[in-house]
Design a binder for this molecule. Structure first.
Ligand SMILES: NC(=O)c1ccc[n+]([C@@H]2O[C@H](COP(=O)([O-])OP(=O)(O)OC[C@H]3O[C@@H](n4cnc5c(N)ncnc54)[C@H](O)[C@@H]3O)[C@@H](O)[C@H]2O)c1
Length: 309
């Protein structure tokens, strides 16, 4: 039996992970989430016995220590964070407070015999790209905004706790990840929701900025394998897709796939926080995943079919 804590487990990626983890009867999963952007609907069905939800704030030591000191966790996935471009730009202090949560998770993990901590870092640590694709081990980190800085500092904390206390970690640098549990704060869910209701799809600037979009199953299959095999110990791994598309191209693709009558409307470009390009090198991930990625068209269809938004 493995006891597993997932912070941010009522969110998009966390909730998807929790639903995956509880399929294994040898797991007992505790979900910690303050429901800032998460919701109970993303959690597994109440009839499934091997999990529980505790509403709690990982940045508050009393809250999270009460949970971690009363369970012997084998693994901790630290996914709880303030997210969303607009929210993080408008609430920089709230974002910086997430450094407390990272320290809490690491201090409590090292003191309670956790075997490995997994951290959801972000492609944002690369900042405005200095090279494409972006490699885990060699691409310089160009983090400037609070959200990216917190992820960058977070990575440094995980590495330092390994060095000083022998606490093992894996750092996931998530690139845009989408799926049925993603809120409409994010581009794919928002475009799908607008397209299927035939409302205007709005784009910041001319839409020439490119992104890569990773379907949640590719993320989950890679991470489940890492958990089961112990690969990527004390290592950093890009988790994403290398299929690059412009935001305008994405809007057009969504309209075409869902046979929508939506019009594309351009808004002024965002003053900051909208990187021109992002594309990971995913050789490490593909070696672990050991199958081709889900295509964007297929992922868009599955997102609509199973959507919770
Ligand atoms: N989805 C992506 O494309 C993407 C890309 C890069 C990194 N990430 C990272 O992956 C993780 C999950 O993101 P997501 O996309 O699923 O977003 P999400 O908003 O769906 O999930 C984040 C969850 O954390 C919870 N949370 C926030 N602050 C908390 C706190 N102090 N204590 C407890 N819970 C808290 C929220 O309520 C939410 O359920 C985050 O750490 C995010 O930074 C996501």
């Amino acid at each position: 039996m493995a006891n597993i804590l997932v912070t941010g487990g009522a969110g998009n990626i966390g909730g998807s992970l929790v639903n995956r983890l509880v399929k294994n009867p040898d797991h007992f999963v505790v979900v910690s989430d303050n429901l800032l952007t998460g919701s109970r609907e993303k959690l597994p069905d109440g009839s499934i016995p091997n999990w529980k939800f505790i509403k709690s704030d990982v940045n508050d030591y009393r809250d999270i220590s009460a949970i971690m000191l009363s369970h012997n966790f084998d693994y901790v996935f630290h996914y709880g964070a303030v997210v969303g471009v607009k929210r993080t730009l408008e609430n920089p202090k709230l974002v910086l407070d997430d450094i407390e949560g990272i320290k809490n998770v690491l201090d409590l993990s090292k003191n309670t015999g956790v075997k490995r901590v997994f951290f959801s870092s972000s492609s944002e640590v690369y900042g405005e790209p200095v090279e494409i694709p972006q490699y885990e081990d060699t691409t310089p980190l160009n983090s400037r905004l609070p959200y990216a800085i917190v992820k960058n500092v977070g990575e440094a904390f995980f590495k330092s706790y390994q060095q000083e206390y022998g606490l093992d970690y894996t750092i996931f640098r998530f690139f845009n990840t989408y799926g049925p549990r993603q809120s409409t704060d994010f581009v794919i869910s928002r475009f799908i929701e607008r397209a299927v209701t035939n409302n205007d799809i709005t784009i910041y600037g001319d839409g020439s900025q490119t992104r890569t979009f990773c379907y949640i199953d590719d993320n989950l299959d890679t991470i489940e394998r890492i958990l089961n095999t112990g690969e990527c110990k004390n290592d950093v791994i890009n988790i994403g897709s290398d299929e690059e598309i412009t935001i305008l191209g994405l809007a057009e693709r969504v309209i075409e796939i869902f046979k929508s009558n939506s019009q594309i409307v351009h808004l002024p470009p965002l003053p900051e926080g909208d990187m021109s390009r992002r594309k990971p090198d995913i050789s490490k991930m593909l070696k672990i995943l050991n199958r081709p990625l889900v295509s964007l068209d297929e992922g868009l269809r599955m997102t609509l079919q199973h959507r919770l938004f």
